[in-house]
Design a protein around this ligand. Structure first.
Ligand SMILES: [Fe+2]
Ligand SMILES: [Fe+2]
Length: 331
C-alpha cells in the first residue's frame, strides 16, 4: 500500500471525493480505469491499494479482505468509469456460480438501490430511466435463473420507507410473485414486468415533497394530488420515449382494486391485467411492512393477516394471486 489520503473531518464529514465500490465484483483481465482505495483501520485516512490502469488480482482481493476490512473506494471523478465497468460485469457476475448467492444478491441490491435512488433524486431523462431499467432487467434475469435468491433479496429490504427503496422492494416482491404464478412466462415478459414494477411510483416525482412526507392524514386536496401520481408516472415515461403497454399499464393501474374502488380509473375485476393485480399486492405489502411518517411498520406476518382480512371478499386483491403471495412468503 502507498499514498495515504488524508481527510480533513472539518471540511469533509464524508469521504472527500471517495465513493464506495464493490470489492466482490472486481475481476482480473483488462486493466481497470479507476484506482482503488481502502480505509485504514479505525481512522479517517485512506490508502491507495491499486492505481488505475493496473490489473486486479485475486491476491489483491485476499490481501484487502485480510488487512483492513472489506470496504473499498474509488475517487469520485472516476465514478463513471467504475459504473461502466460494473454494468459490463454485472451479467457475468450474477451468473458466476463460484460467488455465493448471498454475495451476488448483496451486490445487485446495493447497485440497484444506488441507481434507483439516483433516479428519484436527480433529473429524469431517457438515460436515467434506461440505467434504472437495466437494473430491473438484472433483477429479473437473476431471479429467473436463481429462484432461491428471492429469499436473500427479501432479507436485504430496509424497514424504513423511501420512494426509491419502496420501488425496489415492490420490484422484488412483484417479480417473486409473478414467477410463482407464471413459472413458464418468457424472460422478455418478466423483464417488462420488472421495469413496470420498478417505475410504478415514478409519478411521485411530480408530487410536492411536503405532501409525501406529511406526518398525518391528508386533506382532500392533498389526497387528490396523490391520486394523480399513476397518470403522472405514465406521462413521464411516455415523454421520455417509453411506450411499452405492460410497463405503462403497471404504472397507471397499480392502485386499482378488484371491486372498482381504486384509482385513477376505477377499473375492476378482469379489466385489470395480471401485472397490475400483482403490482397492487406487492405495493400494499411493502407499504405496510415499512415505517411511514404516520404509521409504524407491521411484521410480514401481521401485514399478510391484515391484507387477508381486508380482502375477505376478494374485493381488493385478486384472490388467487394473493394466496400465491402468502404461500411465497411462507416458503
Ligand atoms: Fe403508487
Ligand atoms: Fe407504491
Amino acid at each position: 500500500m502507498s499514498e495515504a489520503v488524508k481527510v480533513d473531518p472539518q471540511t469533509s464529514p464524508g469521504l472527500e471525493g471517495l465513493v464506495p465500490i464493490d470489492l466482490e465484483i472486481l475481476q482480473g483481465g483488462e486493466p481497470l480505469k479507476f484506482p482503488i482505495y481502502q480505509r485504514l483501520n479505525g481512522s479517517r485516512s485512506f490508502a491507495l491499494v491499486m492505481n488505475r490502469r493496473q490489473r486486479f488480482t485475486e491476491r489483491l482481493r485476499a490481501a484487502i479482505r485480510t488487512s483492513e476490512g472489506l470496504k473499498v473506494y474509488t475517487k469520485r471523478r472516476f465514478l463513471s468509469d467504475y459504473e461502466d465497468y460494473l454494468e459490463s460485469r454485472m451479467g457475468n457476475f450474477l451468473s458466476d456460480e463460484s460467488v455465493p448467492l448471498e454475495t451476488r444478491s448483496g451486490v445487485l441490491y446495493g447497485q440497484a438501490s444506488k441507481v434507483v435512488e439516483g433516479l428519484f433524486t436527480g433529473d429524469i431523462s431517457p438515460k436515467s430511466l434506461e440505467k434504472a431499467a437495466n437494473e430491473a432487467s438484472h433483477l429479473s434475469m437473476y431471479l429467473s435463473l436463481h429462484p432461491k435468491a428471492l429469499r436473500s433479496m427479501m432479507s436485504l429490504t430496509s424497514n424504513d420507507y423511501y420512494t426509491f427503496t419502496h420501488s425496489l422492494h415492490v420490484c422484488i416482491y412483484g417479480l417473486g410473485l409473478y414467477q410463482q404464478v407464471f413459472p413458464r412466462k418468457s424472460a422478455a415478459s418478466m423483464d417488462l414486468v420488472s421495469v413496470g414494477l420498478l417505475f410504478h411510483d415514478i409519478g411521485k416525482c411530480r408530487v410536492d415533497g411536503a405532501i409525501l412526507k406529511k406526518d398525518g392524514p391528508l386533506n382532500p386536496s392533498e389526497w387528490e394530488t396523490i391520486k394523480r401520481h399513476p397518470a403522472w408516472g405514465r406521462d413521464i415515461l411516455v415523454e421520455n420515449g417509453n411506450q411499452d403497454p405492460t410497463i405503462l399499464d403497471i404504472v397507471l393501474a397499480h392502485h386499482e382494486r378488484m371491486d372498482g374502488r381504486g384509482y385513477p380509473n376505477g377499473l375492476k375485476g378482469d379489466e385489470l391485467t395480471d401485472a397490475a393485480k400483482i403490482a397492487a399486492i406487492a405495493d400494499v405489502f411493502d407499504a405496510m411492512t415499512t415505517n411511514r411518517p404516520y404509521k409504524k411498520r407491521l411484521t410480514r406476518f401481521e401485514a399478510l393477516k391484515e391484507m387477508g382480512d381486508q380482502n375477505r371478499y376478494g374485493d381488493h386483491f385478486a384472490h388467487h394471486f394473493f394466496e400465491a403471495f402468502v404461500r411465497m412468503m411462507g416458503d
